[in-house]
Design a binder for this molecule. Structure first.
Ligand code: KIV
Length: 263
């Protein structure tokens, strides 16, 4: 995908959208070669790359650094960059400055922000500045402490009503796509049918217009993943075995052999 119009077209035509969260040059190249529709430079990098317990400490500079590397690896792919915690909640003016930095310095195609009604002034300002905005509802990790942990959202009637209302508001404010994270499948279906912009689910069942997973999760590189992650490759085991073999061969004097030695 190259433009936000293609996201809308995909929904109209019933073609499912794929998005992968990733953070560096070589994984971005792999995603592009595999034909993934959209790369999200997610602030999940705080947990996946930096080993933090939440996404809260991730800084704008770090997002910019990773997004630049991703753009170098995926020149033809639509790239969305997460605005990190407190880079957009303080004021709409500061949000535009920070989103503007992301767009100018990284070559991203859009930014993602978490939340609904409460961040309308921010979304309005970003959209009016011509910045494509992806929304994020349901389990919004930047609010993990306010939500009382990483738990499924939209199980109570009150939560459900708020998420549906927020989805409609985001659409009205010009958001081009909404990520729905950790919500019951029936709620994701209702929202997907209710809004005209595409929804991309993670832990939201199969009825959304697309799916997003974290690169390291779907390749099985991590030692733990949540229930909604399907591991398409046993990466952790494959990597460990390769490294063990390297160590053994070096210790036995088998590596480097002639094939890997200059005359
Ligand atoms: O930060 C991230 O990678 C995300 C996705 C999991 C949706 O927000």
């Amino acid at each position: 995908m190259k433009t936000i119009n293609e996201f809308l077209e995909a929904k109209e035509k019933g073609r499912k959208i794929t998005m992968v969260s990733t953070y560096d040059y070589w994984s971005a190249r792999i995603c592009e070669e595999a034909g993934v529709d959209c790369i999200l430079v997610g602030d999940s990098l705080g947990m996946v790359v930096q080993g933090l317990e939440t996404t809260l400490p991730v800084r704008l500079e770090e997002m910019v650094y990773h997004a630049k590397a991703v753009r170098r690896g995926a020149r033809e792919t639509f790239i969305v960059v997460d605005m990190p915690f407190l880079s957009y909640q303080v004021s709409p003016e500061e949000a535009v400055e920070n989103a503007g930095r992301i767009m100018k310095e990284t070559g991203a195609n859009g930014v993602k922000v978490e939340g609904g009604e409460e961040i309308v002034p921010v979304i309005r300002k970003l959209v009016s500045a011509g910045i494509p905005v992806m929304g994020h509802l349901g389990l919004t990790p930047q609010s993990v402490h306010a939500l009382g942990g990483y738990r499924v959202q939209g199980r109570t009637e009150e939560q459900k009503r708020k998420i549906i209302k927020d989805a409609k508001i985001l659409e009205q404010e010009g958001v081009f796509c909404i990520v729905l994270e950790a919500v019951p499948s029936a709620l994701a279906k209702e929202i997907t049918e209710f809004v005209e912009i595409p929804t991309i689910g993670i832990g939201a069942g199969k009825h959304t217009d697309g799916q997003v997973l974290v690169f390291h999760d779907l390749l099985g590189l991590l030692d733990w993943s949540p229930k909604f992650v399907k591991r398409y490759f046993n990466g952790r085991e494959a990597f460990i075995n390769a490294l063990k073999t390297f160590k053994e061969e070096v210790e036995k004097g088998e590596f480097p052999d002639e094939e890997h030695t200059y005359e």
